[in-house]
Ligand binder design. Sequence first.
Ligand code: UDX
Length: 435
Amino acid sequence: MNISIIGTGYVGLVSGVGFASKGHDVICVDIVEEKVEKINRGKPPIYEKGLEDLLKEVVDQGKLIATTDIEKAIENTELTFICVGTPSSSDGSIDLSGIEKAVEDMVIPLKEKNGYHVFCVKSTVVPGTTEEKVLPLLKRSGKKVGEDFGLGMNPEFLREGIALEDFLKPDRIVLGGIDERSLDVLSIAYEGFDSPKQKTDIKSAEMIKYTSNALLATKISFANEISRVCEKIGIDVYDVMEGVGLDHRINRDFLNAGAGFGGSCFPKDVSALVRFAKENHLETKILDSVLTVNDEQPVHIVDRLNQIIGGLKGKRIAFLGLAFKGGTDDVRETRALPMVEKLLELEADVVGYDPEASENFKELILKDIDYSENLHDALKDADICIIQNDWEEFKRLEPEDFDTMKGDIIVDTRRILKKEEYVDKFTYIGVGCDN
Ligand code: UDX
């Protein structure tokens, strides 16, 4: 099948490479020439594990090309996935200007197109957007939906770091369509995937994405709330969740207490869903609390540390992990930001370290902190070590690696160290457990 993908950001490029690897002929479109040129050389403009190798392979095979020419891309394909970013506006609602601009650029090629074409939104959009915002723009072409063109919505569930795997072997594929004909075309695109497929209407597909992310975020905030109770009564939330998660109706995944959820999806999507419900005159008591607990959690961790050691003024802190999670340089909504800001407010002296994200973090934080080029320099002479994310490099740490520290306090926010190896020799402060 000939498929065009509009937007070569995270979702667009992973989907384009994924579809091409399944044998489709893919044209990726972006307005930024530099990105297009890089992709055509087999170089992904973003970092994602495994993407460079597979991109190179499909470019060499001629299965994927990139261009800035949207008209040609639509003319030469039967199906277009819209994968442009939908960032948060300052009020928490989603900013649709990128998607609107992209769809406006599709009007002329659609007008001139001979033959049926399906447009499918992959970007995360609140229910109603595809039919109420995207469709009216496409209709400006004078063409008729259902006759000349089809419309669909196909949410993505990609996790950074394992996005290709998530794309190629997803738990499920959700296909929303305005009619059977659109759904048939989408089904052909996904023929080579053996995951369960759900065919539904467009609004439900849009809502499935938000509901999935909101429920996963709810599990995390729930675990963080329970972790505070466990800390108080001196038991370990990880033991508790092990027992709880053995119930298959609950499932252990996403019940890891920590510094809270960050990244490009959960905070943005939960806020957008809350905002959407409010616009519809509905209260969102559970989701409001999910966001509140998530905002409080990083500050709670620093406050607890401050209380345990009786003041952080002048303490040198090795702060390990600036990205929102390990395995990425992405600092969007990273919990490192509120934690470091709180530490600075308490007049601590912070040295940040992350294998990939230091440069991005420097741009995010307004205040100056020191940065270390490597893990061991960060730890040297530190009074306290705080581990904020779960890079493999941090998971491999052994008690001896902390020997160069001046102090003996280790704050393990993601519970990646083996607690029993530390409790005798160090003041081990793990989220959700006795210290
Ligand atoms: C998420 C969704 O998993 C994915 O389906 C969606 O398409 C995009 O958003 P991603 O943001 O890449 O993916 O990261 P994920 O691994 O899900 O983690 C999100 C955040 O939650 C991270 O900050 C992570 O550290 C945190 N988290 C995750 C927890 O605090 N506890 C957990 O148990 C799981």
